[in-house]
Design a protein around this ligand. Sequence first.
Ligand code: UDP
Ligand code: MG
Length: 318
Amino acid sequence: MKSSLISIIIPSFNEESNIEMIYKALSKEFHDLNYDYEIFFVNDGSTDSTLNEIKKIVLTSSKVKYVSFTRNFGKEVAILAGFQHVKGDAVIVMDADLQHPCTLIKDFIAGFEEGYHQVIAKRNRKGDGWIRSCFSSLYYCIVNKIVDVELKDGIGDFRLLSRKAVDALLMLNEGNRFSKGLFSWIGLDQKIIYYDNVARQNGKTKWSFPKLLNYGIDGVISFNNRPLRICFYTGIFTLILSFIFIFTELSLILRNGITQPGYFTTISAFLFFGGVQLFCLGVIGEYIGRIYYETKKRPHYLIQETNINDGKSDEANQ
Ligand code: UDP
Ligand code: MG
């Protein structure tokens, strides 16, 4: 019986020092496994010699495929490009920086053989900065109260997906992609595997605080319109408060006359309502911004070069 083909998607942005290492680690891992595999690098507009490193490996191994974008389109889009091009019966998504241990692959495949459509790696936060850990825990706590899909702390993109799961993901064609949410949205039978957090081997993380914040906002906004609703209720609540305030103040003035100039109350009310209005406008703006991007129907990415020829590579891919 022909064994399943396993595809490994590796989004890579300025990972020159990691490409060869991850390739070797994967080759070693698959050496002991009785599975055919392909390694699919997505060079996400790297400005270092990541592409050259990939090409060097391509010369030595027919199992390595790649697409290289015209610029940096972001990890989420790089993963999508992988899904659109790989052929595997099961697809593994992992980072280039060796933070995702290759040794978990055999557990992934075991889960796949058991019939799970998503085998998900969950890490603890060992070695993470405490500020980032605190923010993450707080974020997941709040976000799960707001969004419809379930997002778990420590669960990222590192996982195995069956062909059925990948095909389901390919049906979700939104431009603004929040993979964690999309993975959760498709559902299907899931198994979780636990592992210890690993520090990055070489290079720097691509996540700055503003990038993380934007990613966090994407997570909330992409999955429902509840923030708009909250915004609406906040508006009504503050309106009622202001009516009560005006009514009591007015009756006091009618009874006692103006006792003191209302400097403090005026300024605090002004600030409060100004803040509420700006907050609400911001939330509405987030949604309108997304509608704006989606209506453009731009391709998700553009490919500069690739070593695959499956007919999809030239069309900028929808
Ligand atoms: N990455 C990418 N495009 C980007 C940012 C990151 O393809 O714009 C890749 C990066 O090369 C790595 C993975 O996404 O393979 C995870 O990035 P990183 O290690 O910086 O994130 P962290 O592990 O710190 O969350
Ligand atoms: Mg990393």
